[in-house]
Design a protein. Sequence first.
Length: 263
Amino acid sequence: MRSLHLLTVPEKLLHTGFIFLVCIGLLCAEAYLYVTHAGLDGKTGVTLKDIQISYYGNRDSSKLQTVLPTMFTNAGIPKEQWPQLQQTIDHWVVGGQTKAEYESQIKPIIDQHCMMCHSVAMSKQLHNPPLASYEDVKAVAKVDTGMSYNAMLMTGMVHLTMLGLIFWVAGWLFLQTRVHSQIKAISVITPFIAMLLDFSGWFLTKQNPDFAWFVLIGGALSCPIAMLEMGVALLDMWIGLPKFLMQRIVTELPKTSVRTATA
């Protein structure tokens, strides 16, 4: 494989199209993770507590109560209505979760605000728990212990397979640049290590919430580093690199030539 800056225009266009689409896809993945994790602790943005709630759970309350801020936000419910809705649901959960109160108080709220994402059909697509029946809602009104092991294994299979392939291609493109070899060595291995740190952090956090740092650090280094690699590859392909990034090429005359010249 020739260096990227030596490729023909059609070859550069091929790699450029791949880089743009994959980077947009990775940005969408990051945005999805932000939306699904942000606000679980009732605060803006993704915090360490959000990560802990996602995998360890909030064992002081039910899963339903924990995700209410996110559900209210996604449903577009005005914030001034949140306290009343929260109080109604809390009363039902703490009061024994009776079917009569569910039919009169809880079901109308769910039907109006939640079924767009939690119907049986949409739950299969989004991997959300269905809220279509009394039994469905009662199941998520149990104490929240975080993501199940089945869900983590299924998600891990998809993440490790797809991201592993993307990281390999991104690293391969990066290796065809004129970047210094030491920078290449560190860069190409970092996304793989970070992804393994992230993945192992899911299971460790499930046992002990203090390990949520693994998930936060791994997620912050995996996809962004791969996108940076592809960005540098794109830059070297079309424009060139700053000198501090480039491999220094030292040429030496053969010793035989030196001796001949001296004689």
